[in-house]
Design a binder for this molecule. Structure first.
Ligand code: MN
Ligand code: MN
Length: 370
């Protein structure tokens, strides 16, 4: 055969293969409409060792509490002995959401040791309830960076870079074919609103917007912005709470290159309230007991009326690190023209700075289980 004939045959073969691939692609798309036996996989994670506790992180927020409740209800609908738990009392915003939809706050689980656990909205020991390192972790449903929880057995792990764990729970409902109740839809919609700051946070994805629309519809939330304003008002009210309780209401700890760093998020309604809260939290940070052995503390003060925020800090070197990470405004403050996400904006930038700073000698081994 001549060289040109060989080339012609090759081209003809390539065309046939490509055309065939197209047909094949079409048939795969058609076949993807099969019912996946999702329920069987989930049912496989249940075990005989008492109920499966679905639980979020310490200092629970609305996403952590509502995702735990709705996911536990999904599992119950699949015949699994599951119960939602929290790590402590719920915050003002979550209280408002639960009351709005007539749902009780889950009981507190003090210690996870020896218990069957599905962790939602976190995957690190530093943010988990005590005893998690001795728990039987069956599942993790989360939207954070992976950072530490390890399991001895194969684990049901659902992780997605979306704005709220609630969005992943919504997908789980769709995949399992279980109808979501009005209450659970309301809780999940609220969780998405809370974690994404009404879809404005930098962590927001198109999937969160889709989930929110779908869930708000089932929940009967007709004016989403108005409902979110009510949540915000509750979040910034901190009724009857001490400054220390306000500080800890949305507080997380991190190990950054051997430095133990605490980061709190505090809400205020309006500039004046934000300035006042900033002063109160500055005092509060100084009172954090030395036995917590924190190297640095940061508080993100959010003005919920103007959607702006400010970062305040405490501890040796914290100011330098904050200013190197985020710059400063003309008043010498570290401020933001929006609401930064702790997990996507603040933590990665600070983590990078601590890499250069190196390890602190304040740290003791075994302080955190990582
Ligand atoms: Mn959370
Ligand atoms: Mn979350």
């Amino acid at each position: 055969m001549k060289k040109s004939s060989i080339i012609a045959v090759c081209i003809a073969l390539a065309v046939i293969l490509l055309a065939g691939g197209g047909v094949l692609g079409y048939s795969i798309a058609e076949n993807s409409r099969v019912n996946i036996d999702y329920q069987a996989v989930l049912q496989g994670i249940s075990c005989g060792n008492g109920p499966v506790y679905v639980i979020g992180h310490k200092n629970p927020d609305t996403d952590t509490v509502c995702s735990a409740i709705a996911y536990a209800n999904l599992l119950k609908n699949l015949g699994i002995n599951a119960e939602a738990r929290t790590t402590g009392p719920v915050n003002e915003e979550t209280r408002f959401v639960l009351d709005y939809f007539g749902v009780n706050a889950p009981p507190v689980l003090e210690n996870a040791a020896g218990k069957s656990i599905i962790a939602v909205d976190h995957n690190s020991y530093t943010q988990a309830v005590d005893g998690m390192d001795a728990a039987d972790i069956l599942g993790i449903i989360d939207h954070h960076n992976t950072s530490g929880i390890s399991t001895s057995s194969p684990v049901y792990y659902l992780g997605m870079p979306v704005g709220a764990t609630a969005t992943i729970v919504w997908i789980s409902y769709l995949e399992s074919g279980i109808e979501i109740s009005k209450q659970d839809a309301g809780l999940l919609a609220s969780a998405i609103l809370s974690d994404t700051a009404d879809l404005r946070s930098s962590t927001t994805t198109a999937l969160d917007a889709q989930a929110l629309g779908y869930l708000a519809d089932i929940a009967g939330i007709s004016d989403i912005d108005d409902y979110y304003q009510k949540m915000q008002k509750a979040a910034a009210s901190y009724t009857g709470m001490s400054d220390d309780e306000i500080f800890h209401s949305d507080y997380k700890e991190y190990d950054m290159s051997g430095n133990k760093v605490g980061i709190a998020v505090v809400n205020a309604a309006g500039r004046e309230k934000a300035d006042e809260m900033s002063k109160r939290m500055t005092e509060c940070m100084k009172q954090i007991p030395a036995d917590k052995r924190l190297d640095n503390i940061y508080v993100i003060i959010i003005d919920r009326e103007n959607n702006t925020s400010k970062l305040i800090f405490y501890g040796a070197g914290a100011e330098e690190i904050a200013k190197a990470a985020f710059g400063m405004d003309d008043k010498g403050d570290v401020s933001f023209p929006n609401i930064p996400s702790r997990k996507k904006d603040i933590v990665p930038a600070l983590t990078e700075m601590y890499k250069h700073k190196g390890s602190s000698n304040m740290m003791h081994e075994n302080m955190i289980h990582e």
